[in-house]
Design a protein around this ligand. Sequence first.
Ligand SMILES: NC(=O)C1=CN([C@@H]2O[C@H](COP(=O)(O)OP(=O)(O)OC[C@H]3O[C@@H](n4cnc5c(N)ncnc54)[C@H](OP(=O)(O)O)[C@@H]3O)[C@@H](O)[C@H]2O)C=CC1
Ligand SMILES: O=C(O)[C@@H]1CCC=N1
Length: 266
Amino acid sequence: MKKIGFIGAGNMGGAILGGILNSRIIDNDHIIASAKSDRTIEKIKRDYNVNVTKDSKEVVEFSDIIVIGVKPEIYDEILEEIKDLIYDKIIITIAAGKTIEAMEKIIGDDKKIVRTMPNTPSLVGEGMTSLSPNKNISEEELSFIKSIFDSLGKSEVLKEDLIHAVIGASGSSTAYAFMFIEAIADGAVRAGMPRDKAYTFAAQGVLGAAKMVLDTEKHPGELKDMVCSPGGTTIEAVKVLEEEKFRGAVLKAIDSCIKKSIEMSK
Ligand SMILES: NC(=O)C1=CN([C@@H]2O[C@H](COP(=O)(O)OP(=O)(O)OC[C@H]3O[C@@H](n4cnc5c(N)ncnc54)[C@H](OP(=O)(O)O)[C@@H]3O)[C@@H](O)[C@H]2O)C=CC1
Ligand SMILES: O=C(O)[C@@H]1CCC=N1
C-alpha cells in the first residue's frame, strides 16, 4: 500500500484526507499530515487518527505521494524547503494559481507533478477533481492518482489551461451552492418552517436536482420545464429570478472567479 502525506490539511487537504479514510483506500497508519499550529495538529489527530508532524520534510520522507495543501502564498516557501527530498515521489498540488511551470522552476522539471483542482465535497464522496499531469508522470501513475480521486467522487484528466474553468465550475462553486441553499432555507423559514428542517428540504432539493442532471443526462432547461406546471407556483418564481437576472448574476460571478484564477497564475 502506498503512503500518502499532506503538507497542510485544512479545509481542502483535510477533506481529501477524510475522504481517503472514508473510502478505505489507504489505511490511517500509511498517512501523515502536517499543520502549522498545535490546534490544527490536535484536530487532525482527533478527527483522523493519522500520523502528524509539524515538519514538512518528515511528510516527504514518509510518503510516496505528497499533497501540498497550504495556501498559495506559502507554496513556494514549502517547495523550496522540500525540493531536495522529492526524488521520484509524486507531488499533488491543489492550489489556485500555481502552475506546473512555476512549480518546476522551483523543484526541477525532472520531478513528478499532478496539478489538481478538487473541491470540499471530496470529504463526503461527492467531490469533483480535475487532474493535469506534467510530462514525468506515467500512464500507470496517472491512473493510480485518478483512482484515488475517483474514490472521493468523480475526476477528469484535463489540459492544465482548463483549470480556470474548473475553479469556476466546481472548485469554488460549492460556495455559491451553499449560498443558494441558505437562501432557499431562509425563504422556507419565512413561511414558518423550523430552520433545521428548512436546511434538509433545501439541500435535498438541490442534491436531487444535481442528481437528475447527472443521471438523466437531460438538458437542465428541460428538467426545469418539467417542474413548471402551467399557471402554477414554480413559473412565478422563475419569472422573479429572470427579472432579478439570476442567471446573469451567476455568469458574472463565475467570470470574476475565473479572472482571479488567471491573475493568480501570473
Ligand atoms: N477550500 C477549498 O474549497 C479549496 C481550496 N483549494 C486550495 O487548497 C489550498 C488550501 O486551502 P484551504 O484548505 O482552504 O486552506 P486552510 O487555511 O483551511 O488550510 C491550509 C492549511 O495549511 C496549514 N499550514 C500553513 N502553513 C503550514 C506549514 N508551514 N506547514 C504545514 N502546514 C501549514 C495550515 O495549518 P494551521 O491550521 O495550523 O494554520 C492549514 O491547516 C489552497 O492552495 C487553495 O487554493 C483548492 C480547491 C478548493
Ligand atoms: O477560494 C479559493 O481561492 C480556493 C480555490 C478554489 C476554492 N477555494
